[in-house]
Design a binder for this molecule. Sequence first.
Ligand code: SF4
Length: 350
Amino acid sequence: MHSRDVDRDAPVDGGSAEAADSASGPPLLTVSDLSVAVRRRQRPLPVVRGVSFQLREGQTLVLLGESGSGKSVTALALMDLLPTGVEITGGQVEIASGSLRSLTPAARRRHIGSTMAMVFQDSISALNPVMRVGDQIAEAVRQRDGVSRAQARERTIELMARVRIPAAEQRYHDFPHQFSGGMRQRIVIAIALALRPRLLIADEPTTALDVSVQAQILSLLAELQEESRMGLVLITHDLGVAATIADRVAVMYAGRIVEITDADELFNRPVHPYTTGLFGSVPQMNGGGTELRPIPGSPPSLVAIPPGCPFHPRCPLAVDRCRAQLPTLENVSEGHAVACHLSQEIVNAR
Ligand code: SF4
């Protein structure tokens, strides 16, 4: 996992979906051509379309995008937690060499429960308000390890200390409302760690927290990951968070990955006009450098995705082809894939 200092106001310097990253070792998670749709009487409404990526042990992949881009639905699909009426309609998810779609629902739940855990944004609703926090962590320990109550209590106190809750032994008996938002999120992380996951999925884990607490939680996640070699998929709309923690970044727009590459490459050499738009600047095709301006318009509604490239109504570089033909993810360099008809011209214009 990378850990960078982030100046949020500074200009950020920083594959087909199968674009290989530069790391080695077998993948812990492989997502291939994943599609998810909302079931409707007429025809299904796609919300995630053909998403592919890989993650290795000890690596952090950030799914970055605005709200409605499909990043949270992708995470819920990985955890088999899609709400009723939303379903996987295509593709494969393999974790630790087990293909989730080939398993029965019960076997799938067991495989997910023994390999993955998830941390959500809202620590208040993730915790039981009338149960002591220590008991909530101990319950997860017993569920995972089947140990005695006394052993579970001992491990709970270790976990509370590991996520830096001061006076862990005394605070075992406190209720969630007696903790600050940042401390509650640490408890949620301790519950996830109690499950000894090989892969942790964190959906906007710091969004509800103020900036200094946010930094502490990100650095805690980085430390825990370093110690345990967990894979981490972190979902965020926040470039600063992505820049702080990502090894690799997949930028999502309208349910698809539009750019995926190593974090340094993305922050130094973004290619997709949406990515550069997120950074507050767009490339100038006449060699005139960059010009600061926000992305005009807003992301499309899922019921009215524009034809061709879904970004074309907002794209300053759009040409006729963009309005008619959907661009596919193509490599612009090793491990760097972009879904834009003009990606090569953008790279050449640098
Ligand atoms: Fe813009 Fe066209 Fe590229 Fe889409 S394909 S991002 S509209 S230039």
